[in-house]
Ligand binder design. Structure first.
Ligand SMILES: Nc1ncnc2c1ncn2[C@@H]1O[C@H](COP(=O)(O)OP(=O)(O)O)[C@@H](O)[C@H]1O
Ligand SMILES: [Mg+2]
Length: 282
């Protein structure tokens, strides 16, 4: 591409030359404790597609720290050292371009499903009729029933249904970057698999870049285009690998030899890492 052949030409960069998210030597300390150290990576801005990046790593290795730095949420934001850039610009705080989904189903208890899903639109000043229409569209998109569920309150829903509401609340705003912190961690395996398939469909449609934290290697290999494996204390990215995109249902892909090879390969990496850490502890 011309812009790469003549880097000194001063020509304006194509939008796709600027990574959508970049960490440059990012370290985060909480007091004397270093949570992540010298984390560096780049995720390209794939126009009309968006990459699905999964982050795997042991508890406490700094996965949420990385995600919250992208979101611009304190106290993880700002970094102690280095730079966190979105579209080439340092993150200064939260923004509408980034949407977050947490493990604990964050909805307002006093609002119905429909009002929860429409909440962000209300904040944007969108009128009642349009809010209602779009909220109902999203309630259906995440696999809930408009007729049965729209007027329910969160306490009347199962965990899986509440997480669907949380996903709809975030995705209705069409963020370019979707940040998901172990969103399916508390769900039973069958619900989890349905939600994975649903998420893939929604992601294709939104063409967003996704950062998805999980403890499940299978989940990461299914959902991810790319996987970052983090090591603990202080967290750093130990390995990065590309995996085939989720182009068939999870139940099907998870039985294939190629899929299992990736799972075993990653498991080996993590076991080696854990063994070396145990040796280091002695
Ligand atoms: N606000 C904070 N104050 C002090 N320590 C923190 C804070 N947030 C996270 N940590 C510590 O930083 C490390 C990384 O945390 P976190 O990013 O939440 O890990 P993970 O999401 O991988 O489980 C952990 O040891 C955690 O205890
Ligand atoms: Mg975490």
């Amino acid at each position: 591409m011309a812009a790469q052949e003549h880097p000194q030409s001063g020509a304006p960069k194509l939008a796709s030359d600027v990574p959508i998210v970049e960490f440059r030597g990012v370290t985060k300390r909480f007091g004397d404790f270093t949570a992540i150290r010298d984390v560096t990576f780049k995720v390209d801005d794939l126009h009309g597609k968006g990459e699905f990046v999964c982050i795997l790593g042991p508890s406490g290795c700094g996965k949420s720290t990385v995600l919250r730095l992208i979101a611009g949420l304190s106290p993880q934001h700002p970094p102690s050292e280095g730079e966190v850039l979105v579209d080439g610009v340092p993150v200064t705080g939260p923004g509408a371009d980034r949407g977050m989904v947490f493990q604990d189903y964050t909805s307002f208890d006093h609002l119905t499903v429909e009002d929860n899903v429409a909440f962000g639109l209300k904040c944007q000043g969108i009128g009642k009729a349009e809010r209602r229409e779009r909220a109902r569209e999203w309630i259906a998109k995440v696999g809930l029933s408009v007729a049965r569920d729209a007027q329910k309150y969160p306490h009347q829903l199962s965990g899986g249904m509440r997480q669907r509401v949380a996903i709809a609340r975030t995705l209705i705003l069409r963020p370019r970057i979707i940040l998901m912190d172990e969103p399916f961690g508390a769900l039973d395996p069958s619900t989890r698999m349905h939600m994975q398939n649903n998420l893939v469909e929604l992601w294709r449609d939104l063409e967003a870049t996704v950062f998805f934290i999980t403890h499940s290697i299978e989940e990461a290999v299914f959902l991810g285009d790319r996987i970052y494996i983090m090591s603990s204390s202080p967290g750093t990215i130990l390995r990065e690998l590309a995996v085939p995109p989720p182009d068939r249902p999870a139940a099907e892909m998870q039985k294939e030899a190629g899929f299992l090879e990736h799972v075993f390969d990653i498991r080996d990496t993590i076991e080696t890492l854990e063994a070396s850490q145990r040796a280091g502890d002695d």
